[in-house]
Design a protein around this ligand. Structure first.
Ligand code: KG4
Ligand code: ZN
Length: 337
């Protein structure tokens, strides 16, 4: 019997809901983005995010059910992002899902946001099954995780400072682009010459699978500020290209080291930065050279969405990971803990 899961996501600035079938197929995927409003402030304003989630969540869920042609009685569970994220934002989705699960007498399934991002790959790649390695790069997280099975994760390396997406956003800001800047860096990079500026590749002692992005970000910011002080002009497109190339090569090099150390032959990519053309092509090239199968989410599922939560929710339900009545939202929670 097919299992239909409603997935609800409200951890940051997207109110999203979707209906999945057996963790692999999507019947609907509705995303209400608040970005235009947060743009004015140069980043996500937590209180505004919570209020917009509160206003939009019922409509979003209703639309997801309607466009899936499903009613509450067709569902087998309600999955919700309960961690990590902005606490006020998470509380809206979590509380809504709790109420709905009670009203519909359905299991409530808590989903970790990063596990959701990883699951976005199951939708596009029917053949992808754990175990595999996953490079996660989003606005809040950057890590290499070993996906040992659908609901178990081991973090092999993580960022010691900024997340990759954060570095993209900060560089975009100093180059005059609005929030979120990753996509603007991507477009600017395609017009620039990546060899015009030399940027440092971060080096860390200790775990060789850990990341650091603050030095690279600061180098870009300093370059722009120094030029401004001297009255010199910067070739913004080429600086964007240099930054994107350095960041992409760095992420790729870490993923390849992880594959070498673990002997993994399957690598997935996940999180908002997985939409980046430089990251995608660097990984494609490196994986082809090493005979590693690479799995990347389609561009439509790279950012936050309900489909990934609905799909991971299916696997959590199959593993018996349902929540009790006291489920709470958690702002900071490492994947796999
Ligand atoms: O996963 P996500 O939607 O939200 C979090 O869970 O954080 O990731 C958002 C991040 C932002 O930093 C955004 O700038 C970045 O993903 N991003 C990109 C691109 N599209 C989105 N970064 C680089 N290139 C892109 N094309
Ligand atoms: Zn995300």
């Amino acid at each position: 019997m097919d299992k239909l899961i409603l997935g609800i996501e409200s951890s940051c600035d997207e109110t999203a809901a979707a209906v999945s079938v057996n963790g692999r197929k999507i019947l609907s995927n509705i995303v209400y983005s608040q970005i235009d409003e947060h743009k004015k402030y140069g980043g996500v304003v937590p209180e505004i995010a919570s209020r917009r989630h509160c206003e939009n969540i019922l409509t979003t869920v209703r639309e997801a059910l309607n466009s899936a042609g499903a009613g509450l009685s067709d569902l087998d569970g309600i999955a919700v992002t309960y961690a990590p994220g902005l606490i006020g934002a998470l509380l809206v989705g979590t509380s809504f899902a709790k109420g709905l699960s009670m009203a519909a007498s359905l299991p409530l399934i808590p989903v970790h946001h990063i596990a959701g991002h990883i699951a976005s790959n199951y939708i596009a790649h029917e053949d992808l099954e754990p175990p595999f390695l996953c490079l996660v790069a989003s606005g809040g997280h950057t890590m290499i995780a070993k996906v040992t099975d659908y609901t178990h994760f081991e973090i092999l390396g993580t960022t010691r400072d900024d997340a990759a997406g954060e570095a993209f956003d900060k560089c975009a800001r100093v180059l005059g682009y609005p929030y979120p800047g990753g996509v603007h860096i991507d477009r600017a990079a395609s017009r620039g010459d990546s060899t015009l500026y030399k940027l440092p590749t971060p080096h860390l002692s200790g775990n060789e699978l850990d990341f650091s992005f603050s030095g690279l970000k600061t180098a870009v910011i300093n370059l722009v500020h120094n030029a401004e002080q001297k009255g010199e002009t910067i070739d913004g497109d080429s600086l964007a290209a240099a930054f994107q190339k350095t960041a992409s090569d760095y992420l790729t090099e870490k993923a390849m080291t992880a594959a070498e150390l673990t002997g993994a032959k399957k690598l997935a990519l996940a999180g908002g930065v997985s939409a980046n053309s430089g990251v995608r092509s660097a990984l494609e090239k490196a994986c082809a050279e090493r005979n590693i199968s690479l799995y990347m989410p389609p561009l439509s599922l790279c950012g936050d969405n309900g489909a990934m939560i609905a799909c991971q929710g299916y696997y959590e339900l199959m593993a018996g990971n349902t929540a009790g009545e006291d489920l709470n939202a958690i702002a900071t929670l490492p994947l796999g803990s």
